[in-house]
Write a protein that binds this ligand. Structure first.
Ligand code: PRX
Length: 654
C-alpha cells in the first residue's frame, strides 16, 4: 500500500480546515491519550447543549455496558432544531428536498422545528410517551426526518425500518421492539414507480404477533389506493392539523435510548442495536464537523436512506445538530437517467457529497457505456469534499471518483464505521490526512482502533488480524434490545477477556504509514451493495420454503458492482432440476426470499445439487462453496469431504 500514490490535502482546504494538518490531528489524538475522559467531556460540552450538565463522564462499573455522561440531561431534537433557531438560523435552509420526479422544496430550520413540534404533539395525542417504541417505515422524505425528530422530542425511541424490507421482516421488528405505533406512507415513489408501503404494514400486522401495536399513522405521499382500518389507521395530515407548532421537549437522561436499528449478525435473527442520546449526538455532530470539515455555507448531501445508520447519523441528526443545509433525495441514482446525482450536485451546488462505492461503481459503468450520462456534462465545481461509506472502495473506483467527480481537487474521506459504532471510527480528515486509495487511513481522534490476533494480542503493522476498539467511545452501541447476553457475546467475547469491542471485520495496517485497510468481515455477514446481510438469515428464509427446499447454504462471492453477491446452494425435495425447470424454480426461490426478507436479500445465483459438500460429521464445508461460487478450481483439501463429486455438480450452470 505504501508504494501507492498518496494525495495530500489541497493547501487552501487544509489552511482553513477545522482540523488543519497532521500536527493538529496528532494533537487531538495526544489529548485523548493523555486524558481520555477529559477529551470527550470537553467535546461533549462544546457540541451538545445540556439541560442538566453531566458530572460523570465514563461509567465502566457495569462493563461492557458502558455509560457516558449518565447524569446529564438533554433533548436531541432541541439540540438539532431549537438551538439553531435560537442562534438566529431560523430562516436558514435546513433541508433541500428533491422528489423522485425532480420537484424541489426547501424547509427552513424554523419550519422544520414547527413541523417537528406538530408531529410530536400529534404523537402525544395518540398517547405515545417517553420510552415507547415507534417504528418508522417510510421512504426518503422530509416527513421521515420529522418523524425521527418528533420521536426524539418526546423521548420515544424510534426504530426505522428500511422501506425495502418485506412484511415478514417488518413484523419481526415491530414485535421485537414492542412498538406501539407505526408511522408509514400510503406509497413510495422510486424511479417513477409507485411502490407499496402501507399495504406492507397491513400484511405485517396480518401475520400476527404485533400485539403491542395500537395505531398506524399514514403520510399521504402519492394518494394511491390503500385499504383502511378505521380502528387503527390515522392520516398524518389530519392528526397534525391544528396542532400547536411548539412542543416542550422531553428532557431525558444522556443514556435514554434514542433509537433502535435492526441489523444482521452472523447468526439468528436481526438484532436491535440500541443507541443512547447524549454520546450518540456528540459523535454525530463531531464527526459531521471534522470528517466533512463542514462549514456554515456548505451544502451537504448524504445519499443514504434513513432506513440505514448512515441516514440516521448523517441525515437525521449530525448535519442538523450543526445547523447545516442538507439535500434529502427521494429517488434513485439511475432515474430519469444515470446522471441524476451529477445534475443534482450542479442544481443544488452541493459542496460535500457522501455516497457508497456501489453507487459509484454502477455510475462508472453507466457513464462508460453512455456518454450522455457522464459527469463531465455537469458542473461539479461546487464540490469540495467527497465521502465513501459502507464497504471497501476499490482503488480504481476511488481514482475515478477523485478525478471525474472531484475534479482531482476534492479529498475523499473513506469512512469506516458500523451500525453499532454510531459514527465514523476510522477515516481521513480532509484537511489533515494524506490519502491512499483503498485505505480508510487512521482512527478518528479519540478512537482506539487496533488490530489483534485471536488471543487479543496486538499484531505488528503489515500483518493482518482482527479489528477491535480498545476503549469504549460515546456513540457506541449500548446493548442489543432485549438480549444483553447476545450483546456481550457478539461484541465483547470471552476470547479477548471481554476487554475489547470486536467489530467483526478483519484489517491490516500499512508497515510504514500505519494506515488501516479493511479486509472484510470475519463472520458470516455479507455486504451486498453496502447492505449488511447474514448468510444464516437467507438460509433460513430458503429452507422456510418447505414445499420445495430440503437444505440450503449461502455464501458470498466478489461482484464488480455490488461488492459481494449472494450465492445460494440449494437441495430440493424433488430431483435436481435442469434447464428451464431450474430457471423457473430459481426465480420462484428468489421471489420467495424477496417476500421473506426483502428484494435486497434475493440471491444473485442459485445452484442446485443432490446434496451439499459435507464433512463426514455432517458439517457443510462453506469454504469449498465459496470457491465454487467464484467459479474457481477447488484447490483446498477435500479429503474430509464425504461426496467430492458434488462440487462439480454445484458448479454447473443451467
Ligand atoms: O464490513 C464493514 C463495512 O460495513 C460493515 C458495517 O455495516 P453497517 O452496520 O450496515 O454500516 C454501514 C454504514 C456505516 C462494516 O463492519 N464497512 C463500512 N464502511 C466501510 C466498510 N468496509 C470497508 N470500508 C469502509 N469504509
Amino acid at each position: 500500500m505504501s508504494e501507492l500514490a498518496t494525495y495530500l490535502p489541497p493547501a487552501s482546504l487544509a489552511a482553513s480546515a477545522h482540523v488543519s494538518g497532521m500536527e493538529a490531528y496528532q494533537r487531538l489524538c495526544a489529548e485523548a491519550e493523555a486524558d481520555y475522559e477529559g477529551y470527550w467531556a470537553r467535546l461533549a460540552r462544546e457540541f451538545v447543549e445540556w439541560k442538566t450538565p453531566f458530572t460523570q463522564v465514563l461509567d465502566s462499573s457495569q462493563a461492557p455496558f458502558f455509560r457516558w455522561f449518565a447524569d446529564g440531561e438533554l433533548n436531541v431534537s432541541y439540540n438539532c432544531l431549537d438551538r439553531q433557531v435560537a442562534a438566529g438560523l431560523g430562516a436558514k435552509t435546513a433541508i433541500i428536498f428533491e422528489a423522485d420526479d425532480g420537484q424541489v422544496t426547501t424547509v427552513s430550520y424554523e419550519e422544520l422545528l414547527a413541523r417537528t413540534c406538530r408531529m410530536a404533539n400529534a404523537l402525544k395525542s395518540l398517547g405515545v410517551k417517553k420510552g415507547d417504541r415507534v417504528v418508522i417505515y417510510m421512504s426518503m422524505s422530509v416527513e421521515g426526518v420529522v418523524a425521527m425528530q418528533a420521536c426524539a422530542r418526546i423521548g420515544a425511541t424510534h426504530s426505522v425500518v428500511f422501506g425495502g424490507f418485506s412484511a415478514q421482516s417488518l413484523r419481526d421488528r415491530i414485535e421485537d421492539a414492542g412498538a406501539v405505533l407505526v408511522i408509514t406512507a400510503d406509497e413510495q415513489l422510486r424511479g417513477g414507480k409507485q411502490l407499496p408501503l402501507k399495504s406492507i404494514v397491513d400484511d405485517a400486522i396480518a401475520l400476527g404477533g404485533c400485539d403491542s401495536l395500537r395505531q398506524v399513522v399514514v403520510y399521504r405521499r402519492t394518494g394511491g389506493q390503500i385499504a383502511w382500518h378505521a380502528d387503527r389507521d390515522r392520516w398524518l395530515h389530519e392528526l397534525t392539523e391544528g396542532q400547536p407548532s411548539t412542543c416542550e421537549p422531553e428532557w431525558v437522561g444522556a443514556e435514554h435510548p434514542l433509537f433502535l436499528l435492526y441489523t444482521s449478525g452472523s447468526t439468528g435473527k436481526p438484532k436491535g442495536v440500541q443507541h443512547a442520546s447524549g454520546g450518540y449526538l456528540l459523535h454525530a455532530a463531531l464527526t459531521t464537523k471534522w470528517t466533512f470539515d463542514l462549514k456554515p455555507d456548505d451544502v451537504f448531501w448524504c445519499t443514504a436512506d434513513i432506513g440505514w445508520v448512515t441516514g440516521h447519523t448523517y441525515i437525521a441528526y449530525g448535519p442538523l445538530a450543526l445547523g447545516a443545509t442538507e439535500v434529502v433525495f427521494e429517488g434513485v441514482p439511475t432515474y430519469p437517467d444515470a446522471a441524476r446525482f451529477w445534475k443534482m450536485i450542479e442544481r443544488h451546488k452541493v459542496s460535500v457529497f457522501y455516497t457508497a462505492p456501489t453507487a459509484i461503481r454502477s455510475l462508472i459503468k453507466a457513464a462508460e457505456s453512455n456518454d450522455a450520462v457522464h459527469p463531465r456534462h455537469s458542473d461539479l465545481s461546487s464540490l469540495r469534499i467527497l465521502g465513501s461509506v459502507g464497504e471497501p472502495i476499490n482503488p480504481a473506483a476511488w481514482e475515478w471518483y477523485h478525478q471525474h467527480i472531484g475534479g482531482g481537487r476534492c479529498p475523499i474521506v473513506d469512512t469506516f464505521w458500523q451500525t453499532e459504532t454510531g459514527g465514523h471510527m476510522i477515516t481521513p480528515l480532509p484537511g489533515a490526512t494524506p490519502l491512499v486509495p483503498g485505505s480508510c487511513t487512521l482512527p478518528f481522534p479519540g478512537i482506539q482502533a487496533a488490530i489483534v490476533d485471536e488471543t487479543g494480542k496486538d499484531v505488528p503493522n503489515g500483518q493482518g488480524g482482527i479489528l477491535v476498539v480498545k476503549k469504549p467511545w460515546p456513540s457506541m452501541i449500548r446493548t442489543i434490545w432485549g438480549d444483553p447476553e447476545r450483546f456481550k457475546k457478539s461484541y465483547y467475547p470471552a476470547d479477548f477477556q471481554g476487554r475489547y469491542y470486536l467489530a467483526g471485520d478483519g484489517a491490516i495496517r500499512d508497515e510504514k504509514t500505519g494506515y488501516f485497510t479493511i479486509t472484510g468481515r470475519i463472520d458470516d455477514v455479507l455486504n451486498v451493495s453496502g447492505h449488511r446481510m447474514g448468510t444464516m438469515e437467507i438460509e433460513s428464509a430458503l429452507v422456510g420454503c418447505t414445499e420445495l427446499v430440503a437444505e440450503a447454504a449461502v455464501v458470498g462471492r466478489p461482484d464488480d458492482t455490488t461488492g459481494e453477491a449472494i450465492c445460494a446452494f440449494v437441495v430440493l425435495k424433488r430431483p435436481r432440476p435442469s434447464g428451464d425447470e431450474a430457471k423457473a424454480i430459481a426465480k420462484q426461490l428468489r421471489d420467495w426470499v424477496g417476500k421473506e426478507i426483502g428484494p435486497i436479500a434475493k440471491p444473485k445465483d442459485i445452484r442446485f445439487g443432490d446434496n451439499l459438500p459435507k464433512t463426514r460429521s455432517g458439517k457443510i464445508m462453506r469454504r469449498l462453496l465459496r470457491s465454487v461460487a467464484k467459479g474457481e478450481a477447488v484447490t483446498q483439501d477435500t479429503s474430509t469431504l464425504e461426496n467430492p463429486a458434488i462440487l462439480e455438480q454445484l458448479g454447473q450452470a443451467y
